[in-house]
Design a protein around this ligand. Structure first.
Ligand code: HH2
Length: 263
């Protein structure tokens, strides 16, 4: 899954693809690089980000979704917590709703997902983007995230979302320390065991720059991003949400070829 942020303030590519033409060109580049899905977002969820109005978010993403739906066969995912934005994006051709609040943001989130009939990504987040990195604490982060996601999947199904439409995501970096992120990545089988496809996004996130002691900047975390993609692919995730599609596709292909060559 290639990331397309149509925002002025996303942490690694904010402001670069804000106009519809630039966004469209970037989406096409991601598809040419091998992305099977494009995740289009009009509101940054980086730690400390300020909320965006519904109308502004729709104005940012819908033209891009509509143009891509006309031109490309790739799965289009809308990264939003707002039901109205999801509705507008699905009407324009998106078939997946990626919600970092796991359909908890609005009273009608669950019902909207059921009515839209699209695929939904339920992601774990502790707190909200503005404050989530303040001092996240868990007794057992893997058990708590797995329990939360299992509960949200049950709530979604209860509201009428079909079981085969549901994806789960541990929400790397959303209310989590470096240690929490690493524990989730290292114990992913506890999530895949729930029986839903798992999506994971660690691409360019800040904890990657704090592991080798170099404090690498966002655009200097490709090595760490690839290391996570390879590890979680081995652990059975169905999709990785990344900025560097070409490099990730190549790394995954080589890993798969090596696995196949094993005697
Ligand atoms: N991470 C980000 C945004 N949306 N959705 C899912 N399902 N999983 C993630 O890990 C995830 C996500 C944050 O990254 P990015 O979109 O690059 O930045 P920003 O939120 O600043 O736009």
């Amino acid at each position: 899954m290639g990331v397309l942020n149509v925002t002025p303030d996303s942490f690694s590519d904010g402001g670069r693809f804000l106009g519809p033409d630039a966004a469209l060109a970037q989406a096409k580049a991601l598809i040419a690089a091998g992305a099977d899905m494009i995740d289009i977002g009009g509101e940054s969820t980086r730690p400390g980000a300020e909320p965006v109005s519904e109308a502004e978010e729709i104005a940012r993403v819908v033209p891009v979704v509509a143009a891509l739906a006309r031109e490309a066969r790739t799965t289009l995912s809308i990264d939003t917590m707002k039901p109205a934005v999801a509705r507008a994006a699905v009407a324009a051709g998106a078939t997946m709703w990626n919600d970092v609040t796991a359909l908890r943001h609005a009273d009608d989130s669950l019902a909207t997902a059921a009515a839209l009939g699209c695929e939904v990504v339920l992601m774990h987040m502790r707190g909200e983007p503005r404050t989530m990195q303040a001092s996240p604490r868990y007794d057992d982060v893997v058990a708590e995230v797995a329990g939360f996601l299992e509960g949200r999947a049950a709530a979604a199904m209860q509201a009428g979302v079909a079981r085969d439409r549901i994806w789960l995501d541990p929400g790397i970096g959303f209310g989590k320390t470096k240690g929490h992120n690493l524990a989730l990545i290292a114990n992913l089988e506890r999530l895949t065991a729930l029986g839903f496809p798992v999506l994971l996004g660690a691409s360019r996130k800040s904890f990657l720059g704090r592991i080798d002691g170099t404090a690498a900047a966002a655009d200097d975390r490709l090595g760490g991003s690839l290391a996570v993609a390879l590890a979680v692919a081995r652990a059975g995730v169905r999709a990785v949400r990344v900025h560097d599609v070409r490099e990730t596709v190549q790394a995954l292909a080589v890993q798969a070829a090596v696995a196949q060559a094993k005697a």
